[in-house]
Design a binder for this molecule. Structure first.
Ligand code: LRH
Length: 488
């Protein structure tokens, strides 16, 4: 006999997974039951997510979960900001765009002409990123789809709709749209009105940890899950799930959720909407239980992943272990890039863009892959330092410890260099923070865990963590920090 598990659907920028989680008073065990590639598709009209492949992958994954034993509920998280539009029949209009599509920059300018950046920030409290939903919608308005659009569903909400028929907007992810009021936690009528967007397009908000619905009969039929299987609303923004699973046992911690992006910041009780905070480009996204994720997006492991894809295309790829060994041997601080430089956002040849940035800032270029990897990892450690120090200053907090969670926590060089650059102890792990957060919110909806402190305590007691203390010459990091130049 198996105890029922919670099935977490976790879609990331490069792959999707279905993971089952078993939860008890001193138990939190994940099992990956299915993994599939997430391959964006470039069409003449733009860069899109292959949303049907994602849906199909999710269904196959749920079937694998059903075969592994009884499933108490299903929860879905994905990256933020991207969405599908439904017509009045509930059919999807076109393919959701990928946030790295190039059309947004011009649209952002158009929005800023209607509504100034101060007002957007005062209400929405969002970091200016060209792909915020509010800017993507401005680009979408000039398409033939727009007049038919009746409902906007963010990616996880769209998948929940396809599983259950139930329409809603999960609040942690809604907070990344730029159309959400960071203070009240509701859609902002003021911003919707200012931008001429129909209030009725934006579904009722749902808190994480509530019941979204049960499976549609054809979904139950395909997956082998009983039709009464509950779909639970989790913190559907992957970063919100990851922050919920930070294994902090004390208040006032700083975190870096490190995957494709590095999301570095603090958890606060209330948003910081000051002009200084806007100028420093910090975001106030919603966390679980009305908390605020006060953080900045740093380009993250994308820089390394995109280098590796470039080398793969050229047929010169080496395994990650060799690359990291090469980075460890490479000369320290030979070259520093600013990961916040928007030139690194789009897909494409990353080593050439790194070379160009280095030449622009009067530095030499790396010799060999190990040199590039060292440049990326040292630069990320420096960006973690800059971001966390600024966050602490703007929020009036002290930094005492950094929790580095997500896939990047497996990278020992990045963890050690983040400790060295900041002069702070780093607790690394869990690598699966997002999936853990997803499972924990489902477990909470089923009465198995309590509030955030309870969830975090369970993660701290059950997951393997590694500890890094600062080493080396702090002066060398101070000098290197002076070479981070580009600011958004
Ligand atoms: C990380 C993430 C991040 C968003 C970005 C689009 O996966 O959700 O928090 O800003 O993707």
């Amino acid at each position: 006999r198996h105890d029922p598990v919670f099935a977490a659907v976790d879609l990331g920028a490069t792959s999707g997974r279905v993971i089952t989680g078993g939860v008890g008073p001193d138990k939190l065990v994940l099992t990956e039951v299915y993994r599939f590639a997430n391959t964006p598709v470039q069409l003449p009209g733009g860069l899109h997510w292959d949303v049907l492949a994602l849906y199909q992958g999710m269904l196959h994954g749920l079937r694998a979960a059903a075969l592994s034993g009884p499933v108490a509920s299903v929860g879905i998280d994905t990256w933020a900001v991207d969405y599908g539009l439904l017509d009045s029949d509930g059919s999807l209009l076109g393919l959701p765009f990928h946030y790295r599509d190039g059309r947004n920059t011009a649209a952002a300018e158009e929005v800023l002409a209607r509504c100034d950046a101060q007002e957007l920030y005062e209400v929405g409290g969002l970091q200016h990123l060209p792909f915020n939903t509010v800017f993507q919608l401005a680009a979408h308005r000039s398409t033939a789809q727009w007049p038919a659009a009746r409902t906007l569903l963010l990616m996880p909400d769209l998948l929940v709709y396809w599983l259950t028929g139930s329409v809603g907007a999960e609040v942690t992810n809604a907070s990344t749209t730029g159309l959400f009021d960071a203070r009240s936690g509701c859609w902002s009528d003021r911003l919707l009105g200012r931008l001429g967007l129909e209030r009725s397009m934006f579904p009722a908000l749902r808190e994480p940890g509530v019941r979204a619905g049960t499976l549609l009969p054809h979904v139950a039929g395909f997956t082998g899950l009983p039709v009464e299987t509950q779909v639970t609303t989790v913190a559907s923004h992957d970063t919100a799930s990851a922050v919920a699973a930070v294994p902090a046992t004390e208040q006032g911690f700083a975190y870096v959720s490190c995957g494709t992006w590095s999301l570095a910041g603090l958890e606060l009780d209330a948003p910081v909407l000051t002009e200084e905070s806007r100028a420093a480009n910090f975001t106030n996204e919603r966390g679980v239980d009305g908390t605020v994720r006060y953080l900045r997006n740093i380009m993250g492991m994308w820089l390394l992943e995109e280098c590796r894809r470039t080398w793969e295309r050229a047929g010169t790829s080496t395994g990650l272990a060799d690359l990291l060994a090469g980075a460890a041997r490479a000369r320290p601080f030979a070259c520093v890039i600013d990961p916040d430089d928007p030139v690194f956002l789009a897909p494409g040849d990353m080593p050439s863009r790194i070379d160009a940035a280095l030449i622009r800032t009067g530095q030499g270029t790396p010799d060999g892959p190990g040199g590039y990897v060292r440049c990326v990892l040292e630069s990320l450690a420096l960006a973690h330092r800059r971001t966390l120090r600024e966050a602490a200053e703007l929020a009036g907090r002290e930094l005492t410890r950094i929790h580095l969670v997500g896939g990047g926590s497996r990278n020992e060089l990045l963890c050690q260099w983040t400790a060295d650059a900041t002069g702070l102890p780093v607790t690394a792990g869990p690598a699966e923070a997002t999936a853990l957060g997803n499972v924990l919110l489902q477990a909470r909806a089923h009465g198995l865990v309590g509030g955030l402190a309870d969830m975090r305590g369970l993660v701290a007691r059950t997951q393997e963590l590694r500890h890094y203390t600062p080493q080396g010459d702090p002066g060398a990091w101070d000098r290197a920090a002076g070479r981070l130049t580009v600011r958004l």
